[in-house]
Write a protein that binds this ligand. Structure first.
Ligand code: XIL
Length: 355
């Protein structure tokens, strides 16, 4: 079914340039403390449901009140800090690391035995001004990135079980995105980032996270080329995150999404839906929009449940009261009063694997 993918190389760069020829043997000399948290987040069998995670932010945790925390703790198993681990937050000035907000979320997660997905080490967005406006040579920017990754991943060693190491490296048409990292360091910033993250915490699962790759199309093909090349070069990538920011009129059919997930599963990677939400604004009757939204939630959850390597679905928030795309889009499983929406029931039903 996916045989033709081998022929569709969307990347503009050669594999050698992206993968940098790293052998994968340079593990850290200093052993990391072993993480004792039970490994409940790998699916033992295809009949076990994927876990459910939520993006959470410290403003909501501090101010949204007990219903927010109750809903989170009652229904979700893991946490992704929504913005607190972006580079602009963690190193706003060179060499000045500010971990307090992110530490607060990690402490909350730890108190409630919820694993944390670190989001995100290298991205084109949320790059602090001192990096964005610097006039860097390649060695200088490599040094900046290596210091950043090493400092952050070491700080959270044993506390953050997986990282989105590289976020959104591709354009819609399947080329390497011209981020500052790509322009100055070159396309092998991707493999370097994985290598440095692995050196800082050899036990952390390291993800490449992408949006708009849920369809069998050029962007997905390019993602497959990139990830399979990283695997083949021995780069320590452990998983692929599919963001799944979907719309009522732009969402993959179940067979297509399942096929995409199976293709990546064959590489021996853990897969996750990492940022699920559904933009459901518009002028159609609300009940109809909410029913369509629910059907999309069900499709995504069921696609993940159908592929054993797909271990978790994370929604990008919990309540329509707090979402990056605006309350009027009603993108999340709980409404502004924390009442479960049709999307919630569909999500639960979809996550339950069928016989
Ligand atoms: C959104 C968040 O919700 C904001 O809080 C953040 O600061 C930036 O945008 N892809 C991602 C997320 O990987 O980090 C984005 O999050 C949504 C798109």
């Amino acid at each position: 079914m996916f045989g033709k993918f081998a022929l569709t190389l969307g990347l503009t760069v050669t594999a050698a340039a992206v993968f940098g020829g790293w052998s994968g043997s340079a593990a850290s000399a200093s052993p990391a403390p072993h993480v004792t948290r039970p490994a409940v987040f790998d699916r033992a069998s295809a009949s076990e449901a994927p876990q459910l995670g939520a993006a959470v932010n410290d403003v909501m945790l501090a101010n949204a009140g007990p219903r927010y925390v109750r809903t989170l703790l009652a229904h979700y198993h893991s946490i992704t800090p929504e913005w607190e681990m972006e580079m602009s937050q963690l190193e706003p000035a060179r060499g000045h690391f500010t971990f307090a907000r992110a530490d607060g979320i990690v402490a909350f997660a730890d108190r409630h035995h919820m694993p944390v997905r670190g989001h995100t080490l290298v991205w084109d967005h949320m790059v602090p001004g001192w990096v964005r406006h610097g006039d860097w040579t390649r060695p200088q920017l490599e040094n900046v990135l290596r210091t950043y990754i090493t400092t952050v991943v070491s700080h959270y060693r044993g506390k953050v079980e997986e990282w989105d190491v590289v976020n959104e490296p591709l354009t819609t048409d399947g080329h390497m995105r011209q981020s500052i990292w790509e322009r100055v360091i070159g396309p092998d910033y991707v493999s370097l980032a994985f290598r440095w993250a692995h050196e800082a915490d050899p036990h952390a699962r390291l993800f490449l996270n992408e949006y708009g790759a849920e369809w069998n199309d050029p962007k997905e093909h390019a993602l497959y080329q990139l990830v399979s090349g990283l695997k083949a070069a021995g780069i320590p990538i452990g998983g692929v995150g599919f963001q799944a920011h979907l719309l009522l009129d732009a969402h993959p059919p179940q067979a297509e999404l399942t096929g995409v997930l199976r293709q990546f599963a064959a590489l021996g990677l853990r897969l996750e839906i990492t940022e699920l939400d559904v933009r459901a604004g518009g002028s159609a009757p609300l009940a109809r929009r909410m029913a369509e939204e629910a059907s999309i939630y069900r499709t995504v959850a069921a696609s993940c449940a159908a592929v054993r390597a797909c271990a978790r679905v994370t929604t990008w928030g919990i309540t329509d009261a707090a979402t990056w795309i605006g309350t009027s889009n009603r993108p999340l499983p709980f409404d502004t009063h924390y009442r479960a929406k049709p999307a919630w029931y569909a999500l639960r039903a979809g996550l339950t694997p069928r016989g």
